[in-house]
Ligand binder design. Sequence first.
Ligand code: ACO
Length: 160
Amino acid sequence: MSVEIRKLSVENVEALIEVARESWKWTYEGIYSDEYIENWIREKYSKEKLLNEITRSWSEPDLLFLGAFVDLKLAGFIEVKIKEDNAELLRLYLKPEYTHRKIGRDLLSEAEKIMKEKVVSECTLYVHSQNHVGISFYYKNGFTVKGIDGSDFLMIKKYE
Ligand code: ACO
């Protein structure tokens, strides 16, 4: 299995929507209804929005949008927004069959490498309080819970 982490390009948009849809269905099964998930994907992962974000990630250094490609196929992605010395991990999703193979860790490490180059001192994220896979992954990668915001945990990691 060869894994390559690189910036997403506009040609990846259809695959990106498919990864997001599959990952959302798996992650939020029993948390959100199928209808809620479909609406979310249609709205937040619309082709138009994603093309815009991918394009911005090439021109604006404060937006990281990376894909993990396994044997050349998109398996997952990470999106991070940097604001001065703070970053927010907006999205990190893998296709279910690619979870538990350290691909998420590799995506996070690559994003953190770039964040450190940009002298980011802390990274925050929101994760659903019932998303046990996500929460345990973030704990194992150095994040701690800083607070609760509705149904989400706010997690934080500080960098030297
Ligand atoms: N089942 C149960 N736990 C899992 C699984 C799985 N299939 N995959 C990962 N984990 C957890 C375990 O705690 C694991 O530790 P262990 O190896 O000691 O059991 C830990 O994550 C580390 O595993 P990795 O292989 O490094 O993680 P992975 O490559 O799977 O990436 C990620 C983690 C991104 C959370 C991935 O599992 C995924 O896409 N999950 C579904 C989507 C999701 O929850 N994303 C986070 C949403 S919050 C946000 O985007 C800000």
